[in-house]
Design a binder for this molecule. Sequence first.
Ligand code: PRX
Length: 677
Amino acid sequence: MTDQTTVTEAQIAVHWQEEEKFHPHHSFIAQANMTDESIYTRFGLDNFPDCYREYADLLTWDKLWHTILDTSEAPTWTWFKGGMLNVSVNCVDRHLALHRNKAAFIWVPELEDEPLVTLTYQELYARVNEMAAVLRDECGVKSGDRVTIHMPMVPELPITMLACARLGAVHSVVFGGFSGHACGQRVSDSGSKVLVVMDAYYRNGGLIDHKEKADEAVKTAKEEGVNVEHVLVWQRYKDQYHSQTKMHSSRDHFVADLLTKHRSAIVPPVSMPAEAPLFLMYTSGTTGRPKGCQHSSGGYLSYAAGTSKFVQDIHPTDVYWCMADIGWITGHSYIVYGPLALAATSILYEGVPGYPDSGRPWRIAERLGVNIFHTAPTTIRMLRKAGPDEPLKYNIHFKHMTTVGEPIEPEVWRWYYFTVGKGKAAIVDTYWQTETGGFLCSTMPAIHPMKPGSAGPGMPGIHPIIFDDDGHEIPAGTPKAGNMCIRNPWPGAFQTIYGDRDRFVKTYYAKFNKDPKSKDWRDWPYFTGDAAVAASDGYYRILGRVDDVINVAGHRLGTKELESACLLVEEVAEAAVVPVNDEIKGKMPEIYLALKPGYKKSKAIEDKVVKSIEVSIGKIARPRHVWIVSDMPKTRSGKIMRRVLASLSNGRDVGDVTTLANPEVVEEIRQMVQGAK
Ligand code: PRX
């Protein structure tokens, strides 16, 4: 499993030097939600799990819980047992008394001359109820049913999510950029009978046909034995249909038509147990099949709300913009659920950050008075490269900025801090995962200084530990990378891989568990799959994955998923995918192929492979390069040496390859790859 990058990757990253720390500006500290250092004592292991009462108290419960943490099914943790609540009530209804006419969402279309759309909490309430009525009465959706949502960044996306939550149904949002086939696999895995999509959306100035993917998704799901009964289609423009595909008469319905029957409907919220699943979010793992991470209602929402309050420092008066996509976990926790639970105003942007130019994000921030800004290093790198002085041209004042999803180079961090944040914004580098529901490591922005390139200490109530491969702790301050783990459960942690508890236990909890029968949480450290080092000040630096996952532009791609897509091409005998460093995207996949006998290397085959990846996964998985080789470097037992290929792709020395079955092929590939660069 670890033949790919681990060691070299870790070594490179460890060589980043220790960085000077920056202290938060006094104006930030003066207004911050959390300035009390005793939070770390309150959330110490001595007071675990009771400390998480503070998070539960951020929610409105229909019935209060009686047991804070039930470990009887370890390592399946049940938080706030006995508690009942409805998530849409917590995100919408309960804010009406104080914030009825406050903007919940402001939607910014990609085209600059189209009008913005503002949804107040009252309007959001009305629209969530109407959509809940459509799902319940037109599609028969009830609590526990799964609904797949494949949509772009439009207000109708969170409306649909909250409508599901109102009914106690489980949503599974698939990133809009995924292909129809990839969506179909997720529809089938979750057993969704209802698929909600949109006809079209803007990307880079062009209106993209999105509904065509729905037809492909339904086809794929059907091949896998799942019959989608209803496809609900939102429209980008009222009364227009911007797709080449036809509407199937009994299966497809325009949401707008169905809504006419449910104007002003009020749907009573279904009170759900704290541990009822709220959503599935698929992510890539070490095998070909994506895994559906199942998140709870009470635990998840409390964690999203608590971290949004303490780390994102969101107050109801703030204008908060997280420029992620709701189709990823960041969007779920920090565009929709966390901010709404706190009655924030959250910006939704339809398009790409660089359209029509790299000043766009700053124009949006200026126009709307955004004061909290949240994005990924990939975007920061791109904006820095394309418009290094652009932020200086606009009247923008962020009090707080976030970076998430990948390590950020100290150079890039400094640009973010000085040029975008004008040296006044507190920056948090938040480390977490789809599985963890919310932040694992970050500085508390008004308590800790910032250290470029480091995520900071564990969150209050999150107690990280780094193990070497033999399960020995590597203490903070040791310049040696190890496996990043968390000692204790926390409310935001996912509950299982949907439909595959064994894989859940094996992937995340078995590695450092010594007693599989134990019901004591102390025996079940959570394994993140990342390599990390802890400095003596307790700040963690995350070095990258130790498994076969590539983090491209902050999004996870499984190498096995890519390799399977390559093998669909008739001429391909073997495929190996390796991560290569990329100036903007952090990492990108590069592909090595060996052809079946009788086929000659050609551009046409390379193109077929790229096409196959786009169809199977989506354009986000496009490789940087496809190399067709005469043979793969292999061990004597026949295992492809991805580590050697990764070294070649990254311009590194391959080390000693004499023990390989075919060392001569390494030199041949080196000349081809490094000679061409
Ligand atoms: O490798 C870590 C990296 O992104 C992975 C999680 O990806 P995903 O589930 O798609 O969630 C992304 C958004 C939370 C992690 O295993 N990662 C995430 N945040 C950071 C990071 N690497 C370094 N620094 C971070 N702040």
